[in-house]
Design a protein around this ligand. Structure first.
Ligand SMILES: Cc1cc2nc3c(=O)[nH]c(=O)nc-3n(C[C@H](O)[C@H](O)[C@H](O)COP(=O)(O)OP(=O)(O)OC[C@H]3O[C@@H](n4cnc5c(N)ncnc54)[C@H](O)[C@@H]3O)c2cc1C
Length: 489
């Protein structure tokens, strides 16, 4: 099967990020070396949200001499970077939010270097469980086993959809000059495009699973243009992609930023209203149950769009911005961490340590590879319709499904299961979503959402070319700080 293997960023990231706009990569060192324009007085900036975008933005602004106030609704920094430690024994931990750092994630890697954090390689997929059958990834790659899906070829698990969209991909000669026919693909969904390309139902179903971590929505809700551009622009995310994780937990990165600017960060301060004029901004928030406000020269909104649409804005931003705020697509996502007394997945006859499945849990893997045993944690990542379905269940029911699924993959878990815990991000009060995606008709959304409106600036993964990633969150935070520094007033 022919797959495009060129270019610098992985398809995993690009799928999340692509729009019709050209991909312009600004070198990290140039972003970090913007000089503060000397205005003669200290400018006050209010940053809303202390996820990686807000905390990196606040950090950069403090380094450049600004008077910064970060308002965060939660009692901790990091937002969607959430490492659970307490529920587990023996100092084990689990990433219930953002987990993987790609090789090309220059913003994450650069700040990890700066703060002395190590990124260790993660386990690659070594097992497959589909339609009740077990496959060894190595056998599958060497054409010794075939998938039970009509229209698929051996050798590759990911990218089976490519032959059905190839004609669109080859129509593109330059990302800056897309044919109208290709641009029009923004009006149809990925499911529709695959159907028109003659893909059997099985290929569409398999794509739902292979794409489950890139975009947490179903193919019928994703823009076909975004998918075609992803295939044109980026190398394929596949079973061979090397990914890393911050040793000791990803939460350390957000905490390092936050500690350095500790005096500037205010926790338990949910923002309820943002007022802006040509002269100043005023942000209304709650503190210890009281409603209060703070005025400033500029503000940076980094909260997810799913929360911004629940926040009062006075006066409204222009119509196109308000439309994007109301309509930006998100999916559904849930992780479940399971603690076992023994690492049964390491024992002989195991299906593997990182298993790709079509069970409700979708991806199930040994999370604690960098942590000493004998106990260990299995983590699952589920999204889309499966996450929604699990999300409607009680915690006990979710854990029963998790345990039953683990039992299917590694029989005889009965005496080794100890406990489990789920995190369904769509019920998180400060997110109510997963991560942003290019929905049908949303090709321009990212650029509109990112555009400053007078004294109000915007950051957050949804504004980044590296959408839906920690890297994108930091890129956007640094970019917003740079916008302010360059303005000088
Ligand atoms: C389950 C899951 C798995 C993921 N896996 C990966 C992965 O493997 N690799 C990867 O790179 N990325 C992954 N991501 C994506 C990554 O977590 C995000 O792209 C990134 O962390 C987003 O950062 P942010 O600052 O834009 O938003 P957030 O982290 O959401 O930060 C926004 C902050 O705003 C705060 N806030 C919200 N409303 C208000 C309000 N009214 N007032 C004040 N504060 C408010 C929130 O509490 C939050 O702290 C994953 C995400 C999830 C949910």
């Amino acid at each position: 099967m022919k797959q495009k293997q060129s270019s610098k960023i992985s398809r995993r990231r690009f799928l999340r990020s692509s729009t019709a706009a050209g991909l312009v990569l600004t070198p990290l060192h140039s972003l970090l070396s913007v000089k503060n324009i000397d205005t003669g007085s200290t400018k006050s900036i209010v940053v809303i949200g202390a996820g990686l975008s807000g905390i990196s933005c606040g950090y950069e602004l403090v380094q450049h001499g600004y008077d910064v106030t970060v308002l965060e609704a939660r009692s901790r920094p990091g937002g969607r970077v959430r490492t659970y430690r307490d529920p587990f024994a023996d100092n084990l931990y689990a990433e219930m939010g953002a987990e993987y750092v790609n090789e090309s994630d220059q913003f994450v890697r650069s700040y990890c270097d700066k703060f002395g954090l190590e990124v260790l390689p993660a386990k690659q997929y070594d097992g497959i469980y589909l339609r009740g059958k077990r496959y060894v990834m190595a056998d599958f790659k060497h054409f010794k086993q075939a998938l039970p899906y009509a229209g698929t070829e051996g050798g590759n698990l990911f990218g089976q959809e490519y032959p059905y969209i190839e004609r669109w991909v080859t129509m593109i000669k330059s990302i800056d000059d897309l044919p109208q026919k290709v641009l029009d693909l923004d009006n149809i969904s990925v499911a529709e495009l695959l159907k028109r390309g003659g893909a059997p139902k099985d290929v569409v179903e398999l794509y739902t699973y292979t794409n489950a971590t890139e975009s947490t929505a179903l193919p019928k809700n994703m823009s076909a243009l975004s998918m075609v551009l992803a295939n044109y622009q980026a190398s394929a995310f596949s079973e061979n992609t090397v990914e890393g994780r911050i040793f000791g937990g990803n939460d350390q990165l957000a905490k390092k930023f936050a500690k350095i600017i500790a005096a500037n960060v205010h926790y338990n301060c949910p923002v309820r209203k943002i007022k802006h004029s040509k002269d100043e901004i005023e942000v209304f928030f709650e503190e210890s149950g009281r409603r209060t406000s703070i005025k400033g020269d500029r503000c940076v909104i980094t909260m997810p769009v799913s929360m911004l649409r629940r926040t009062a804005i006075e006066p409204y931003f222009p119509d196109d911005k308000m439309h994007c705020i109301r309509e930006q697509s998100y999916g559904h996502v849930m992780k479940i961490a399971m603690q076992f007394k023994r690492r049964i997945w390491d024992e002989s006859g195991s299906i593997g340590q990182r298993v790709f499945t079509d069970t409700p849990l979708l991806r199930v893997y040994h999370h604690s590879i960098d942590q000493p045993g004998p106990r260990g944690i299995l983590l699952s990542f589920t999204s889309g319709a499966d996450a929604m379905k699990l999300g409607r269940m009680s915690e006990n029911r979710r854990l029963k499904v998790a345990h039953d699924t683990a039992e299917k993959l590694w029989p005889n878990t009965q005496n080794t299961w100890e406990s489990g815990i789920s995190k369904y991000w769509n019920e998180d009060p400060w997110l109510r979503a997963s991560y942003s995606l290019a929905g049908v008709g949303q090709k321009d959304f990212r650029d509109i959402l990112k555009r400053p409106e007078g004294r109000v600036h915007f950051a957050g993964e949804h504004t980044s070319i590296y959408r839906a990633s920690m890297n994108g969150a930091i890129e956007s935070g640094v970019r917003a700080s740079q916008e302010i520094i360059k303005t000088g007033n």
